[in-house]
Design a protein around this ligand. Sequence first.
Ligand SMILES: Nc1ncnc2c1ncn2[C@@H]1O[C@H](COP(=O)(O)OP(=O)(O)OP(=O)(O)O)[C@@H](O)[C@H]1O
Length: 252
Amino acid sequence: MLEVKHLAKSYQKDKPALTDINFKIDPGNFVAIIGPSGAGKTTILRSLNQLIKDDAGEILLDGEDIRSANKSELRKLRRQIGMIFQNYNLVERLTVLENVLHGRLGYKSTLAGVMGRYTEDEKREALDLLDKVGLSEFALQRCSELSGGQKQRVGIARALIQHPKVILCDEPIASLDLASSQVVMKMLKDLIQELNIICIANLHQIDLAKEHADQIIGIRHGKMVFNDVADKLDQAAITELYGTAVEEKEPA
Ligand SMILES: Nc1ncnc2c1ncn2[C@@H]1O[C@H](COP(=O)(O)OP(=O)(O)OP(=O)(O)O)[C@@H](O)[C@H]1O
């Protein structure tokens, strides 16, 4: 289970980016974080994988506070947290299979990683994962030859081969058309359920969040104003979260 208690962060004095954020997520759940631009969604994800140092609170992954991890513990911890990016972060000139195998780098010495030394088991698992995301026949093709939706499916396979407990997705469908977004969201939801992994995705698309997420966390001006099952996100909650059209245009 992932439990966040009283998380707070300010980048600048007296300008809190996050204030008293609290939530719990059980394995197998797909959680969408929504809210206006500048609300603090990315700051939550960066805190969860400790890319930034938050100011206060607890982040407990299976009971262990990841905020107190030292350097070597942090390396181990990052293996347990997979990342999926808006712009995929693939090495375009390398094959689909090689990109998926990069998800194993956190388990290797720098030399083994640089030499591209992967075990037969790792290669077999990469091929199995490509099968799960419907890309078996593209394994030996360069990533540069794939569509956006296909690239994001490689990103999903690369995150899964890490054997993570949590996958964090920073706007995973922001660069995709609606049809590809639907495919990627459904695939993520089904796989994290099958593999009993927690998935947290920052999203701007409220409809897709409602359709695919189990739980929705709504952030506004750094505060959590909604945390419930997706069905409960009604028009009143959306208005509270995004404000009126006029308020939305005001700087955060
Ligand atoms: N490195 C930084 N230095 C200073 N302020 C920052 C930094 N990163 C973010 N902020 C500020 O913190 C607040 C929250 O930003 P954050 O990026 O978390 O919002 P967001 O909800 O992810 O926005 P978007 O949907 O536009 O990506 C904003 O006011 C932003 O300007």
